[in-house]
Every structure is written in C-alpha cells, then in structure tokens.
Ligand binder design. Structure first.
Ligand SMILES: Cc1cc2nc3c(=O)[nH]c(=O)nc-3n(C[C@H](O)[C@H](O)[C@H](O)COP(=O)(O)OP(=O)(O)OC[C@H]3O[C@@H](n4cnc5c(N)ncnc54)[C@H](O)[C@@H]3O)c2cc1C
Ligand code: FES
Length: 270
C-alpha cells in the first residue's frame, strides 16, 4: 500500500453524471487485482470548490493504464454523488490528488471456472471491467461468459463495449425501460441461471441488488462473489465504520475494507 500525491493524466465526461479519470501511479500497481480499490482525497485539485475533503473516499480500480509493458496509471470510473466526486469532476490534467492504495482483496477466479456471469448495477461495473481485462489476459474463453448490466436509465448503462469487444454476451435492463429489458437486472440474470447455471457469479452494485443476487445464487447453488459498496472512512481497518454482519456467526462482523471489499455472498447478512 502506498500513499502518494499523484498527477491527473486526464479526466473525461462519459455522459450523465459519469466520468473516467486517469491518475499516475507507481510501477508497483502492476500487481493490483480486480476488486482492489484506492482511497482518494480530492480536495486539493479543485480550488474553485468550496470545501476541501477531510475524509478519503473509496473507488474501485477500473483499469490499469499501460505505456508499453509498464503500468503508468490507474483509471477510475465515477459518478458524481457528493463533494468528493464533484471535486474529481473538476480536476484537470496535471492537478494533484492524494491517493492511498491499492487496498483490499480481489475477485479470485478458480481455474475450473469456464462459464462466468457478471452482474453490475450502475457504477458497480467499474471493477468488473478490470476483471474482464484480467480474464482476457489469462486467455479465458470469454465467449462463454455473460455480463448483466442494470441501471435506472440508459445513462447508467456503462462500459458495454468493454465486454462485447472481448466476445462476452451483454444483457442490459433499465428501470424506466428506455434501454434493454424494463425492470431490474436480476430478472434476466435469474432466467439465464435457470436455463443453465454458470460456474460462478461476480457482482458489484448497490446493496439491494447484491442482496437479490446473493439470494438467486443461493437458490440455484451457484458460487457467488460480491464486491460491496459500504461507506468507508479510513479504508484500512482502523475506524471500524464499514462493519458487515456475518451469516451463521452470531454477533460477528467483517470489515469491508480489511476483509473485503470482495466477499463470498453466502457469508454476509444483507
Ligand atoms: C470498495 C468501494 C469501491 C467503490 N468504487 C466506486 C467507484 O468505482 N466509482 C464510484 O463512483 N463510486 C465508488 N464507490 C462509492 C464512493 O466511494 C462513494 O460514492 C463516495 O462516498 C462518493 O463521495 P462524495 O464525497 O462524492 O459523496 P458523499 O458525500 O460521500 O456521498 C453522497 C451520498 O451518497 C451516499 N453514499 C456514499 N457512499 C455510498 C455507498 N458506498 N453506498 C451507498 N450510498 C453511499 C452518502 O450517504 C450520501 O448520501 C465505492 C465504494 C466502495 C466502498
Ligand atoms: S473503513 Fe475504517 S475500518 Fe473499514
């Protein structure tokens, strides 16, 4: 884990409230794995904004940025929801951001997993693109894999080409019905599982969606790994603010930053 003041390489609007930002990093980030995250303090890069940020905020590593064979930076996908992400959206090339990372555990892919389903809700797609990048690097046959991306509106359906360009099937749904199937993404996910269960499911998104995915995985006895998006203050196991209740283990808690953010879906109470 490293704490450094890193340069913004670029910052691009993706439509709606979504942006992608490239941030320089040291070469050790080449060992970063999908599911790992960084904690950002973005107050220094946007002098026009009113308040500097005291607490860092967690963001999944969306991609590694390479220059030849060397890692030059990390890419983050973010949605403006509050002060930190507003600051980030105002950052320009050359601005400095305080970055702590890489933190947390990662999505492990068992060797025998051939048919993989991924389920993403909104910005929860961020670590799953990194996972698909790594699977492609490991020569997994991504034509057997499907990603299910859900959002409230069409603006929330992100990164579809990042998966389809690798040969993955992409299914989308929106709550307002403006793109893909109308309704929650867990509906097409469950119907695909009913037809032919995958070897494993990976999911990231809001807690309601993760609860539903965990329930479906349990119902069809499919292994399922989820990345949770809890509130975090320190990101390092010090503040105990990201506690999650363990299933079948009365009174015991796990911590999203230190034990996760990736968990076996069957191990948590939602
Ligand atoms: C491991 C991890 C990875 C994450 N990766 C990403 C990512 O790749 N891209 C991204 O855009 N966001 C990600 N998040 C969520 C991001 O950290 C929060 O949205 C962050 O708090 C935004 O900071 P802010 O100051 O802009 O808004 P805040 O003022 O912190 O939050 C604005 C509003 O959103 C609510 N909120 C904040 N965080 C969460 C949360 N985790 N779940 C539900 N409600 C929340 C707050 O209660 C508040 O009402 C991740 C969170 C975790 C734990
Ligand atoms: S965020 Fe502080 S213990 Fe997890």
């Amino acid at each position: 884990m490293f704490q450094e003041n890193s340069q913004v390489l670029w910052n691009k609007h993706q439509g709606g409230s979504y942006y992608k930002i490239g941030i320089g990093c040291r070469k050790e980030y080449s060992a970063a794995q999908p599911g790992q995250f960084v904690m950002l303090r973005a107050g220094r890069c946007a002098p026009r904004s009113a308040l500097p940020q005291l607490l860092r905020r967690p963001f999944s590593i969306h991609r590694l940025i390479f220059s030849g064979d060397d890692v030059q930076g990390i890419e983050l996908l973010y949605k403006i929801v509050g002060p930190c992400t507003r600051y980030l959206s105002e950052c320009k090339q050359g601005d400095i951001i305080d970055v702590l990372g890489p933190l947390g555990n990662s999505f492990r892919v068992p060797d025998k997993s051939r048919r993989i389903f991924m389920a993403a809700g909104g910005v929860g797609v961020a670590p799953l693109v990194f996972l698909a990048d790594i699977l492609q690097k490991k020569k997994a046959d991504l034509r057997k894999c499907t990603v299910f991306i859900g959002g409230r509106t069409a603006d929330d359906l992100l990164c579809r080409d990042d998966f389809s360009d690798k040969g993955m099937s992409v299914q989308v749904s929106t709550e307002d019905g403006k793109a893909g199937e109308k309704g929650l993404i867990t509906v097409p996910l469950e119907s695909a599982i009913r037809q032919q269960p995958p070897d494993i499911i990976y999911a990231c998104g809001p807690s309601g969606m993760l609860r539903s995915v965990a329930g479906i995985a349990e119902k069809y006895a499919v292994p399922c790994r989820i990345s949770v998006e809890t509130l975090m203050a320190c990101g390092m196991g010090a503040c105990l603010g990201c506690a999650l209740k363990m299933k079948n283990n009365e009174g015991r808690y796990l911590h999203a930053c230190a034990d996760g953010p990736v968990f076996d879906a069957a191990s948590l109470v939602f």
